[in-house]
Design a protein around this ligand. Structure first.
Ligand code: PDD
Length: 304
């Protein structure tokens, strides 16, 4: 692997800690790593990334995450200067160097460094950064009491700009939507597309329940094809639940019986209020909780 360093188990033990960062295969503690300011990820957000969670120290659905990483890279004409096997090996080195079962693993590949010049050819070779850290359990209140959302004024970008289906390092719209949510005291923001339909949260997919029907917006609304979303679509059908992909307006969402967010790190988080409207009874709904149980069982079955 180009420019990736050699790392031995002995060195790893010395580092064994709560958080470590690998830059092109060189593993260091946070604060001891560096990357050039000429890196295009820093200059232009010219990068792709993935986030996965480990269960029992195994990066969950890693193949699916890597498939998406490769798809994202292809969509922005980015080649990798390392093989998939080398990438997997670097990810496992990071896992080995941290203690704990529940680890957040962030894999970032930038187009690399070069002259300040928008031409992608200015970059010579990718930079690969893997951040691994212990992820404490999220607050129980998120799951037991639910969280609140706003409908953001910031639109999700069109598929003809940076396609939201590409998990690139360019998240400024999402950052602005999150800033708006925080200013209004909400947990997260939902972003609409230019047609006024709901796309997704700033780092999660969104679902509603109407009667016994689970509904999530279709990919062509302009959203990231979440791996949790995909698993849930399959699991819901397999468990005989009524599920479909349909456009959802904010008005429809606010009248839903239940609503929830999904992502690899948060799993399923119930939404109990959107703007000023309570969702259903204003408490996490039974169908959301049932689907979360099904997902948890799927995780257990997958790792055992
Ligand atoms: N976010 N939509 C967006 C915009 C996301 O960034 C994410 C993931 C998702 C959910 O995708 P998945 O189920 O594959 O995690 C949807 C990760 C967790 C992050 O950026 O931290």
């Amino acid at each position: 692997m180009k420019r990736l360093g050699t790392f031995y188990l002995q060195d790893m033990r010395a580092f064994l800690s709560r958080e470590i960062i690998s830059v092109n295969g060189v593993i260091s503690k946070p604060g001891e790593t560096s990357i050039s300011v000429m890196d295009r990820g820093f200059l232009y957000g010219d990068s792709v990334y993935e986030v996965t969670l480990t269960y029992n120290r195994i990066p969950f659905l890693l193949d699916e995450h890597l498939d998406r990483l490769y798809r994202s890279a292809k969509s922005i004409y980015m080649d990798f200067s390392f093989t998939r096997e080398e990438l997997v090996s670097e990810i496992f080195k990071v896992v080995e160097a941290i203690e704990g079962d529940r680890l957040y693993i962030r894999i970032i590949v930038t187009r690399g460094e070069g002259e300040i010049n928008l031409d992608p050819a200015a970059a010579k070779s990718n930079n690969l950064v893997i951040i691994g850290r212990q992820l404490p359990e999220y607050p129980k209140s998120w799951y037991e009491e639910g969280v609140t959302l706003i409908v953001s004024d910031v639109l999700r970008n069109s598929k003809r700009s940076i396609d939201p289906g590409v998990k690139s390092g360019n998240y400024l719209n999402n950052v602005l939507a999150m800033a708006e949510a925080k200013e209004k005291g909400a947990f997260d923001a939902m972003m609409l597309n230019y047609k006024g339909n709901i796309t997704e949260g700033t780092t999660s997919n969104i679902w509603i329940v109407e009667g016994d029907h689970f509904i999530t917006p279709p990919l062509d609304a302009g959203l990231l094809g979440g791996i949790t979303r995909k698993s849930l679509l399959l699991l819901a059908s397999k468990n005989g639940l009524n599920v479909s992909e349909e456009n959802i307006t904010p008005e429809r969402l606010k009248k839903a019986d239940e609503c929830f967010l999904t992502s690899s790190t948060k799993e399923i988080v119930p939404i109990v209020k959107v703007d000023d409207s309570l969702i259903g009874s204003g408490k996490p709904g039974p169908k959301t909780q049932k689907l979360h149980q099904i997902y948890k069982q799927f995780v257990l079955d997958s790792i055992s």
